[in-house]
Ligand binder design. Sequence first.
Ligand code: MG
Length: 214
Amino acid sequence: MTPAGQPVRAVISDFGGVLTVPLVEAFTAYHEASGIGPGELGRAMAAATERSGGEHPLFELEKGTISEREFQRRLEAELGDGVGLAGLRDTYFANLHANEPMVDYLRGIRARGLRVAMLTNNVREWEPLWRAKLPDLDDIFELVVDSAFVGMRKPDPAIYRLTLERLGEGLGPGECLFLDDLDVNCDAARELGMRAVRFVDNEQAIAEMEAVLG
Ligand SMILES: [Mg+2]
């Protein structure tokens, strides 16, 4: 559980896997449609990482240091002749749906007078696609920090600090409640002094958030 502290003034939420159905559902649809299995894709990512002598291509994509096209090119080079990733974004987004109960819960949080921001590791070229999943996004979130537009990604503490800075009003980490489906991202938030709830399912996450919010 989270430690008691200052009253929470802002909730900072992840997007994928929290405000959407589990990402694995969208990836499974892609694997089925393309015939490229998760193992194969994983091996291609590992090989592309090694070849570039640098970072995981997905991390580079999420930081906006490579384009979606370059990301595809690097993976296709590892997958071998004739294997294309062209269908990835379309199949993925056709099967990525909003997690309505959680979106609704955050709408309610905003209505309770708390500030609500989004901190997402995402892909620059996908912005219109993921935003379309939440038509009233700008009514719920006063701020969106998207990794691909700021050149850093969770769990880098700098992107959490940037989010606080952009929220302004001298908001401290102790006044924020962070919500994410990845432990590593929640751990980074806690290191900075935020309270964090790791999303597992709607019921659990809402109960844990309510315990913090009181
Ligand atoms: Mg996520």
